[in-house]
Ligand binder design. Structure first.
Ligand code: GDP
Ligand code: MG
Length: 201
């Protein structure tokens, strides 16, 4: 119990990445507010939601970031990834191209320091050094590959086995979800948050 008057509290940043329209924003709204939007507009600006869960009697908060319609490669800035302890990398099981791009998203996630702005060589080095300091780059990032829209099984283009195999090869957790009918959404976020917690505690 917290007889000392101060319960232990954790706050972790988690990012959601993946191609446009794979369902990132709806996964977040399903998890955070139990809402689904059939005609969701592209997110403008960076948006995040904070969700709490209880692990071993401790309050663990996840600050979950949603990309701001910047799903083109190199458009997501390092500030988005900076300090993240967990990531959900989402593709759409009914659109092959979104699965084919998973490798590029992984690369971007793993090397936040690439040239995406016209910085001079000096400032690039400087900021990349700063990033490493701030991001505790030795910390493991808990990553999950998420095949969303599993309700669209009748028009599936990516077999479950392929998703599983890729995740295994890359050392990622794997889950198929549906933001539409809520399948596995809570579970997916909670596995990532629990993994982060076990990485740091
Ligand atoms: P984002 O661009 O990755 O944030 O994708 P959105 O969350 O905006 O979703 C894009 C479109 O896919 C919207 O029309 C959603 O209604 C739809 N969508 C999202 N998740 C699902 C899902 O699990 N199943 C189905 N059938 N449609 C979904
Ligand atoms: Mg979105």
């Amino acid at each position: 119990d917290d007889s000392e008057g101060e319960a232990e509290e954790y706050l972790f940043k988690v990012v959601i990445i993946g191609d446009s329209a794979v369902g990132k924003s709806n996964l977040l709204s399903r998890y955070a507010r139990n809402e689904f939007n059939l005609h969701s507009k592209a997110t403008i600006g960076v948006e995040f939601q904070t969700q709490s869960m209880d692990i071993d009697g401790k309050e663990v908060k996840a600050q979950i970031w949603d990309t701001a319609g910047q799903e083109r490669f190199r458009a997501v800035t390092s500030a988005y990834y900076r300090g993240a302890f967990g990531a959900l990398l989402v593709y759409d099981i009914s659109r092959r191209s979104t699965f084919d791009n998973v490798g590029r998203w992984l690369q971007e996630l793993n090397s936040t320091y690439s040239c995406y702005t016209p910085l001079t060589f000096f400032s690039l080095c400087f900021f990349s050094y700063l990033d490493r300091l701030l991001a505790h780059s030795d910390t493991t990032v808990a990553k999950m590959l998420v095949g969303n829209k599993c309700d669209l099984d009748n028009i599936r283009e990516v077999p479950v086995e392929e998703g599983k195999a890729l995740a295994e090869a890359e050392g990622l957790f794997f889950m198929e979800t549906s933001a539409l009918d809520a399948t596995n959404v809570k579970t997916a976020f909670e596995i990532v948050i629990k993994e982060i917690y076990s990485n740091v505690s």
